[in-house]
Design a protein around this ligand. Structure first.
Ligand code: SF4
Length: 260
């Protein structure tokens, strides 16, 4: 099938492209990611993707970069979710489902753009690399891909690529590709930072607790040694007293002319 594959970045494209090509699809990449902030990051991911795709003989079509449109849909949903958790970015990052509505809106925008482009440019179907990431909502991606494809009149080719995530990480590292440390939008950047700070704090607390436990162990061992020493000293003193009493008795007997 002539397939237009929505791609979020180079590293996430490696395994989906390998698998879809092995399945016989004729692929082109569509980079439609108005979610990515700031603009330099958007450009850097695109450059990484292009450099790799050129070597693969894989065409890359560039979608619009329109952060204002993203803000008007996903950004608005994200702001509502953020105020629902009292502005606590870490909660947004870690609480079950807290960011799902925002990500759905984000997938919808991007996958709709790719599906429309696929229809306009004569592709039979549309797919996405988003489902390689275990940090994404795979079921939501599938739903949004199916919806976008139906609206545009092309076929949806959804595959859950998550089992290949580790291999994608390994290959992208081996290729020396730029690997971003947040999903893409300004929220995800703040969430990733909040999670890093929380992990750092947790590690520091763990180290402090371990040091405290080690100090307590050392204090216990020292107290045990001191107790044993005192016990030995008390025993030695007792023995010395005993010897002194016996000696005194012997001397007394001797003084009394008694035989020992
Ligand atoms: S976390 Fe990723 S998928 Fe979710 S809204 Fe942000 S950029 Fe989009």
């Amino acid at each position: 099938m002539k397939l237009l594959l929505h791609a979020c970045c180079g590293p996430c494209s490696l395994e989906p492209v390998r698998i879809l090509r092995a399945e016989g699809h004729d692929l082109a990449i569509h980079y439609a990611n108005s979610n990515i902030a700031p603009a330099e990051e958007h450009a850097r991911r695109l450059a990484t993707l292009r450099a790799w795709a050129d070597g693969e003989g894989l065409p890359v079509l560039e979608g619009p970069y329109d952060p204002a449109t993203w803000e008007a849909c996903a950004g608005r949903v994200g702001e509502a979710a953020l105020s629902a958790v009292g502005g606590d970015v870490l909660r947004l990052a870690t609480e079950e489902g807290a960011r799902e509505a925002r990500c759905r809106a984000c997938y919808r925008l991007r996958l709709s753009e790719t599906a429309r482009t696929a229809a306009e440019q004569g592709f039979d179907g549309v797919g996405t690399t988003l489902s390689v990431s275990p940090y994404q909502f795979s079921d939501v991606i599938r739903e949004e891909l199916v919806r976008a494809a139906a609206d545009a009149g092309v076929r949806a080719v959804f595959e859950d690529f998550r089992p290949f995530y580790d291999e994608a990480v390994r290959r992208s590292r081996a290729l020396g590709m730029y690997r971003q440390n947040y999903c893409g939008c300004r929220f995800s950047q703040a969430e990733a930072e909040a999670e890093r700070v929380a992990r750092k704090k947790a590690r520091a607390a763990e180290r402090a607790a371990a040091a405290e436990a080690r100090a307590a162990e050392q204090a216990d061992a020292a107290a045990e040694r001191a107790a044993r020493k005192a016990e030995r000293a008390a025993y030695d003193a007792k023995q010395a007293r005993k010897r002194a009493v016996l000696k005194a008795l012997r001397e007394q007997r001797r003084g009394n002319g008694e035989n020992e």
